[in-house]
Design a protein around this ligand. Structure first.
Ligand code: PFF
Length: 451
């Protein structure tokens, strides 16, 4: 298949919905609150917002420019823009990183599906925080239940990618994203009415910088990259579907604004409940699944809220998972000439198989450790804290140093609408500030600067 047979987004709103659909997902609602909870709350939030704007934004814009220019997938982009060089290896790194992320993303998405089911059967009614804890822990450590839900979720993802994602994504994200937004606003308002909610809000909004460690700064950077979907060629692939006359700066800012707002709203919805119900803010990946059922209990028609919320969370996860699966699938289709249905099947099954180790690492494989972490933790750490930052550095080097600046300018400015001094500032950030910041943080955490 060649680039001119590809779909492109039908409308600008469709493009933004699809890009925001990739960015807004479990990262905002499931991951952000527990990352903030484990890394000092308010101080984490400030560092997170700083990284989003100062580093995430320039890298996102660079990815958009590369993809829209090349009109190809992550691998093909580097072959087009840097022929006869080793840059294609970066394309391969992107494919590996996206597949690894999806392997643990599918685990949590499977949990979300189980929670749709539990909400439908009203399993949280009148349960204490401790009971809810037990429900969660029994489920995730079950020898196969969680793997079945994960497989179900992956099949759903595979089916949409198989059918061609443009129609599916553009159509569904336009409906699902606004709905998710309304529900999360409603939930955060009701969470604020809980007794003890003040403590949660203080925890999120009053920074205690003494709690910031080198590791939590890296986590904020990793979380910013993960949440924005930058650093691994996803946005680059999606950008190849953005019409030529759409303004990339405007689109990036809209995606970033939506993504950050949803993360903060999720923090507001979850952290007050953490303090009201005496749950440990450092509970890790289970935090959302332990706190929200308690919030739902305190609402009139709580069961309906629970069902709606977990269904919408599943859709938010789906629109992100599709963008992740599209990376290996687009590679297999365009570079290996495998037909899309078969390519989707291969990628879905390979990633589900890999992902089952992550899922089982909460149960039967609990005792198996890599570098002192479970499979799940190791996979998340490797992707979010190492591969995404490395991907970010490579994007900066490619767009800032290697790529012809006239190409970069014409993509970003839509042929002349951007003041030249803004562009110079942008290139300066891309060349020096962003990659050096990312590198310093990375080296610091790997312990290389401290030796
Ligand atoms: N940004 C998504 C989220 O926050 O849930 C997850 C994600 C999607 C990460 C796509 C990376 C990616 F390439």
């Amino acid at each position: 298949m060649h680039s001119n047979t590809r779909d492109s987004f039908k409308s600008k709103f469709g493009a933004i919905a699809a890009l925001a659909g990739s960015a807004v997902g479990l990262g905002n609602i499931w991951k952000f609150p527990y990352e903030a909870g484990s890394n000092g709350g308010g101080a984490f939030l400030i560092v997170y917002i700083f990284f989003t704007l100062a580093i995430g934004f320039p890298v996102m814009l660079a990815e958009f420019s590369l993809g829209r220019r090349s009109q190809r997938n992550a691998f093909g982009t580097f072959q087009t823009l840097a022929p006869k060089t080793k840059w294609f290896l970066f394309g391969i790194l992107s494919i590996i990183a996206a597949s690894l992320i999806l392997s643990f993303y599918g685990t949590v998405s499977g949990w979300t599906l189980e929670y749709v089911w539990l909400s439908l059967s009203n399993a949280f009614k009148d349960q204490s925080a401790e009971d809810i804890n037990t429900i969660f822990n029994t489920f995730i450590s079950h020898p196969y239940k969680a793997v079945l839900w994960q497989t179900g979720f992956m099949l759903l993802t595979g089916a949409i990618v198989m059918a061609g994602i443009q129609k599916g994504i553009e159509r569904y994200t336009k409906i699902m994203m606004p709905l998710l937004f309304i529900i999360i606003i409603a939930l955060s308002i009701s969470a604020c009415t809980l007794s003890g909610s003040r403590k949660g809000l203080e925890f999120l909004f009053f920074p205690k910088f003494s709690e910031l460690t080198a590791d939590s700064i890296l986590s904020a950077l990793g979380q910013a990259f993960f949440s924005l979907s930058v650093g691994m060629g996803i946005l680059l692939t999606y950008a190849s579907y953005i019409p030529k006359n759409d303004n990339l700066v405007g689109i990036s800012l809209k995606v970033i604004f939506t993504d950050t707002l949803v993360a903060i709203l999720a923090g507001i919805a979850i952290l007050p409940a953490v303090f009201s119900f005496d749950i440990d803010p450092q509970a890790g990946p289970g935090l959302v699944f332990l706190t929200l059922p308690k919030v739902f209990q305190s609402l009139p028609a709580g069961q309906i809220w629970a069902i709606l919320f977990f269904i919408l969370l599943t859709f938010a996860a789906l629109t992100s998972a599709i963008s992740l699966l599209e990376v290996p699938v687009a590679y297999l289709v365009e570079e290996k000439k495998i037909r899309r249905p078969l390519a989707s099947l291969i990628a879905t099954f390979a990633i589900t198989f890999l992902g089952s180790f992550n899922t089982l690492s909460f149960g039967p494989l609990k005792e198996v450790h890599l570098f002192g972490m479970s499979f799940f933790e190791a996979c998340d750490y490797l992707c979010s804290n190492i591969l995404l930052p490395i991907g970010g550095i490579l994007i900066c080097i490619f767009a800032g140093w290697y790529l012809n600046k006239a190409i970069l300018y014409s993509e970003i400015s839509n042929n002349g609408s951007l003041k030249i001094y803004f562009f110079k500032l942008y290139v300066f950030i891309l060349r020096y500030i962003a990659p050096v910041c990312i590198l310093l943080i990375l080296l610091n955490v790997l312990g290389i600067l401290n030796k």
